[in-house]
Unconditional design. Structure first.
Length: 1167
């Protein structure tokens, strides 16, 4: 197979460098997900080369007959012994990726996916976008926080790939090498077949596989991962994936590094694939130099026919020797112990092509040993920065890229001494503080603040050790400082003290008694007013003197009688006047003597009699009595109430773990179990009386599409029969059908009565309804459905043209959302009346919608996420109805969104008042269509691949979109089971001609015929029935104006064919299956004719479901299946039919179903 013995077969090219190197021998090792390394022994006639000048140069080693080989950078070079004429050199070739092993770093990546992190690192090392690429079949979520901690860039990159199940390999050319990242088998190219030929000592005339062996080894057959999300503490986050192998061997691990079930299911599946990827491992040897890792090897001519298949090359050891380059100057022995002295050989490992390859976990995440310290950060100007959970952000001392702001790190939870439900203790570390950080299980991506630390610049509140007996809790007013609150406890012997300082207000709220004992003196000083209100009696006892000094007025108001008892004497002195006033009687009673003195005169009453003494004594001699000052007692001002708060709530017990029986290693059993997700949500322990039953209520909310109304469709079901003849049925039925547009000849009206049920209505019908019977005593969960009519429709009434056209008004999108709380309350009230003993401690919503109804569904989801401020909470406030007292509409705790199922969202809202007159644009005023990451446990949107109307722009749901065959209502339903589709497929052209001119001879029809010929192949995929349709309208003849009578001729391409609405039944089943897998309580599909799937669609349904569920990376429909869908089931929704009939006389009507420009549907994104 090689060139003649005196001719070199291995060659080395070094970019930009002249050299005379000849390859003596080489060894190389390459493997999937590892940088390759080739060691080359070279000879040169130049003994004094500048070897340093060769370092880091790109080089290419060609060792195959066609000149292919390996490209890399010269990583090392060494000069060896020199002979008579030749000097030996040794170089090492590696990919540029290997250089990442020489940079160790500690840094934080935020809000980037793994592919984005990898791309950033590669480009930092000069590996540009044209030398690497991603061929991913899956979407990867952003990592809010990802730390490279004390590891090389290469170790970090490989760790991320292993965690996500991403592999990489290299592709080589003479000028460069390319890194290819992938996550499925489609990224691996295929080599040319290589024949197997058992080694027999003979030299083959072409490279062959000489040895090929296969080993099987026991591996785990089941993977279970569990994690905990503190934002959903009672949600058991556990996901599992099972294979088909026996025995049942489980790999169980915690934490699983996920916060939602979908992510957990993905990681569990990747872990299982990692275990099973080398369950079957082939090993072989060959002299085929074209073998490359990360490529499929087609093996041929093996005696075991099942092995003649594709094998993924996972590892190769290369070896090549050509001693002929030494010629006559051999100075050392070139023989080998195994007899290999010249040529090329390799040994390799490989796995079956259809087994997903996942890299093994060979690069563990570094652990942080012990604690670290960091500095609290926040936005510019803020002194305290936290979120609703009291979490803070920090900057680690090793973080060279952090900007010490509110984006520096992830949110860190802060450990406290006590934490309950609305009770406990909290002290939020402030910006600039140094904190002590620990890491859950040593994981650098899960930091946790456990305390705060003083340092040289942040001094303790009181000098130490002088005040070492003081325990202090002292705060600082914020913002701006200049004030503080403090609780200080002094334990120094004979100086013990509790000191409290309130910078402003100090409120005490004591629900029962307060008892105060002061062992010595008490001193109170109030520097403004003091207010006291006693709602019952007041008792004071003073055992010594009471001294009270009032430096202004004293006002005393007694509502009843004042009793004053003085043991010895009452001595009162006033500077001016004493005035007593009694409304009726004033009695002064003295046991021995009563004396009144004034102006030198007096009156004395004593046992001897009455003595009057004065300059003169006047009786009835005129004059008048003196008037005292009028009394002016002021009322007391009532005190302010002390600040108050609410008590916390009793905590639930720890969730009991789900019971999983330990598997017996029964070698006879081979379970076949699909990937599963454990979604049990444990319930709080009952704290009510035994008669109270606590449940989680799952409510399905169904928003129907524009012009779709379940009630209206069902009310005229009998009018649609193919053999209907209205003249032969009861008069009242005939009148009912005719009133809603049915002519009795099989035609359906163009309104909500003429549409079939949509998939939203069908799902509503099978959503489990527990409101019609009493709930079982041991039930922990119940469910009930709520239906909202389609936009623009009224149950039992006529449709609203305004609502249909604009999505607004009393039947509009937002109005449907605002009507939903009332419907929910009505359904809940009926449910509670059937089971009065139940109390709802948690509500989980499943939300479905089609078309504009899908827009309403998305707006409803965002309404629920407002929590206690939502319309639903306003209609059903905490504590009302059947809600348990602890239910407070807290998102994630009391209420959450489970499953969101959307059929082809088309909001298309028109706002004439805002001069928004087009349903085509992205403006949808008043409706929130964004579905942020994590809004629900699962979001799915089925998107119509074959919807091309200008006015039906898609409102994307980002990664939740699954594009599938069909037009808008093929996906969401509403088309009749069987109908004749008559549509114009081109814009009508017109010509004004004489009435005697045949229509087909007009320019309008000639141009239309030309267009038909150009589009015929494209149009015929929808089947036969393509033709030219023409019609004319006579123009009024005016003898004075017109020379001859004229007519307006119209011409367009017309399609007329029978088409079935059964494709929507496929998507009904797909959505039901996807929702059921997420725990949505949907019953089986009833075995009734109008829900039966045609046999020809059954294999198509299986493929579509596998694709929609992620079990298959491609839709994989055959050409015949695609052709069947177009001919029989996919409607031509984009057409030029006018609003009131395509052969109407008015050609200027709006073509509401006209195709989009270039037949490309507009997609509005909300990423």
């Amino acid at each position: 197979m090689f060139s003649p013995g005196n001719e070199a077969h291995f060659n080395l090219t070094i970019d930009g460098t002249e050299h005379d190197f000849k390859v003596l021998e080489f060894t190389g090792h390459e493997a999937l997900c590892r940088p390759y390394r080739f060691e080359l022994d070279l000879v040169s006639e130049t003994p004094d080369l500048d070897i340093e000048g060769f370092l880091h140069k790109p080089a290419f080693l060609a060792f195959a007959a066609d000149g292919s080989g390996v490209h890399g950078l010269i990583h090392s070079i060494a000069q060896g012994e020199a002979g008579k004429r030749l000097t030996r050199y040794r170089i090492t070739l590696v990919p540029q990726l290997a250089y990442l092993a020489h940079r160790t770093n500690q840094r934080i990546f935020q809000h980037l996916s793994v592919p984005q992190i990898i791309a950033q690192m590669l480009e930092e090392h000069g590996i540009q976008g044209n030398t690497y690429r991603f061929q991913m079949g899956s979407q990867y979520p952003e990592r809010d926080y990802c730390t490279q901690y004390d590891e090389t860039d290469l170790h970090f990159l490989q760790r991320l790939c292993e965690e996500e199940g991403i592999h990489y390999h290299f592709e080589h050319s003479n000028e460069s090498h390319t890194i290819v990242f992938g996550d499925d088998q489609t990224s691996f190219p295929k080599l040319a077949p290589t024949r197997f030929e058992q080694g027999n000592g003979m030299v083959a005339d072409e490279p062959v596989i000489k040895r090929f062996a296969l080993r099987l080894e026991t591996r785990p057959s089941r993977v279970t991962r569990r994690d905990y999300n503190f934002e959903k503490p009672r949600l058991q986050l556990e996901s599992a994936a099972r294979g088909t192998a026996a025995p049942d061997l489980e790999d169980y691990d915690y934490p699983g590094r996920f916060t939602d079930r979908e992510r957990g299911k993905h990681l569990a599946q990747r872990s299982l694939e990692r275990h099973r990827s080398d369950y079957r491992l082939a090993e072989g040897t060959s002299d085929q130099p074209l073998l490359v890792t990360g490529h499929f090897l087609p093996l041929a001519n093996h005696s075991r026919d099942s092995w003649n298949d594709l094998w993924l090359l996972t590892e190769i050891h290369h070896e090549g020797k050509q001693p002929q380059v030494l010629e006559e100057s051999v100075t050392s022995d070139v023989t080998a112990a195994d007899g290999f002295t010249q040529g090329y050989r390799n040994r390799f490992t490989a796995t079956p092509w259809d087994v997903p390859y996942r890299p093994q976990l060979e690069h563990p995440k570094p652990q942080v040993l012990g604690n670290q310290t960091a500095v609290v950060t926040g936005p510019q100007g803020e002194e305290i920065h936290c979120d609703q959970y009291g979490r803070i952000r920090v900057q680690f001392h090793w973080d060279r890229h952090g900007q010490a702001n509110d984006k520096t790190s992830c949110w860190l939870r802060v450990a406290g001494s006590w934490a309950g439900d609305r009770y406990g203790g909290i002290a939020i570390p402030r910006v600039g503080m140094e904190v002590l950080v620990s890491f859950l299980e040593g994981d650098p991506d899960q930091p946790l603040v456990t305390g705060c630390l003083y340092h040289k610049e942040h001094q303790v509140p009181y000098d130490l050790p002088a005040n070492k007996t003081r325990s202090v809790f002292k705060t600082l007013s914020s913002p701006g400082g200049e004030g503080f609150n403090e609780l200080r406890i002094e334990d120094k012997k004979d100086e013990e003290q509790i000191f409290i300082h309130a910078q402003r207000d100090w409120d005490q709220n004591i629900q029962h008694n307060q008892s105060i004992r002061v062992g010595n003196e008490r001193h109170d000083r109030v520097e403004a007013n003091s207010y006291t209100e006693l709602l019952a009696e007041e008792h004071h006892t003073t055992h010594g003197d009471r001294r009270t000094e009032i430096k202004a007025d004293d006002h005393l108001t007694v509502g009843g009688t004042q009793h004053v008892k003085i043991g010895t004497a009452q001595l009162i002195e006033t500077g001016h006047e004493i005035h007593y006033y009694a409304g009726d009687t004033l009695v002064i009673d003295a046991g021995m003597e009563l004396t009144a003195k004034g102006g030198g005169s007096f009156v004395k009453l004593d046992p001897s009699g009455v003595t009057l003494n004065g300059g003169s004594i006047k009786i009835n001699s005129g004059g008048s009595a003196s008037n005292g000052a009028r009394i002016g007692a002021l009322g007391a001002t009532l005190p302010f109430m002390a600040a108050a708060d609410q008590p916390g709530r009793i905590l639930a017990k720890a969730n009991p773990s789900a019971k999983f029986p330990e598997p017996e290693l029964d070698m006879r059993v081979t379970p076949v179990i699909e990937a599963e997700t454990i979604e049990d949500e444990e319930e709080e322990e009952e704290t009510e009386l035994p008669l109270t039953q606590l449940i989680t209520l799952r409510i399905g909310v169904f928003f129907d599409g524009t012009g779709n109304n379940k009630d209206n469709s069902e009310s005229v079901a009998g009018c649609r029969a193919e053999d209907v003849g209205l003249e032969n049925i009861a008069e009242e039925i005939r009148q009912h059908c005719a009133a809603h547009g049915f002519d009795g000849q099989g035609s359906s009206p163009d309104n909500s009565y003429g549409n079939d049920l949509t998939n939203v209505a069908r799902l509503y019908a099978i959503y489990r309804d527990d409101s019609h019977q009493k709930l079982a005593p041991d039930a922990k969960q119940a469910s009930l459905p709520v239906y909202l009519e389609g936009i623009g429709t009224r149950s039992g009434g006529s449709d609203s043209l305004y609502g249909l056209g604009t999505g607004r008004g009393q039947t509009g999108v937002r109005e449907r959302v605002e009507a939903s709380p009332r419907r929910i309350v009505e359904a809940l009230s009926f449910f509670a009346s059937q089971s009065p003993h139940i109390r709802i401690e948690r509500i989980e919503f499943d939300v479905f919608g089609f078309s504009r109804g899908a827009a309403a569904a998305r707006d409803f989801v965002n309404e629920v996420l407002k929590g206690v401020d939502s319309l639903i909470a306003a209609a059903l406030p905490p504590g009302s109805g059947a809600l348990y007292p602890s239910f407070q509409w807290r998102v994630g705790t009391d209420v959450q969104i489970g499953f969101v199922g959307l059929f082809d969202t088309v909001a298309g809202i028109v706002s004439p008042g805002l001069m928004d007159l087009s349903p085509h644009n992205h403006r949808n005023s008043g409706v929130n269509l964004k579905l942020a990451s994590g809004v629900a446990e699962k979001v799915v949107q089925l998107v119509a691949r074959d919807e091309h109307r200008h006015n039906f722009s898609l409102n994307s749901a980002a990664t939740a979109d699954i594009v599938l065959p069909g037009a808008h209502s093929d996906i969401g339903g509403g088309y009749m089971p069987e109908a004749v589709e008559k549509v114009l497929l081109s814009r009508p052209r017109s010509s004004l001609v004489r009435r005697t001119t045949p229509n087909e001879e007009t320019n309008a029809c000639i141009s239309t015929n030309t267009e038909l010929n150009e589009r015929l192949v494209q149009l015929q995929r929808y089947g036969t029935g393509i033709s030219i349709e023409s019609w004319s309208i006579d123009r009024p003849f005016n003898r004075r104006r017109d020379l001859y009578p004229e007519k307006q001729v119209f011409c367009a391409i017309k399609s007329e064919r029978k088409v079935s609405g059964a494709l929507s039944l496929v998507y009904f089943r797909v959505m039901r299956e996807l929702a059921s897998r997420e725990g949505v309580p949907l019953d089986s599909i009833p075995a009734i004719p109008h829900l039966a799937l045609p046999p020809k669609l059954e294999p198509i349904y299986v493929k579509i479901l596998r694709y929609a569920s992620g079990e298959s990376a491609h839709l994989a429909l055959t050409d015949e299946e695609e052709a069947l869908l177009y001919r029989r089931y996919i409607h031509q929704s984009a057409n030029w039919n006018a609003a009131n009939g395509w052969n109407n006389s008015s050609i200027s009507l709006l073509f509401i179903n006209r195709p989009a420009k270039g037949n490309e549907r507009t997609v509005h994104r909300y990423d």
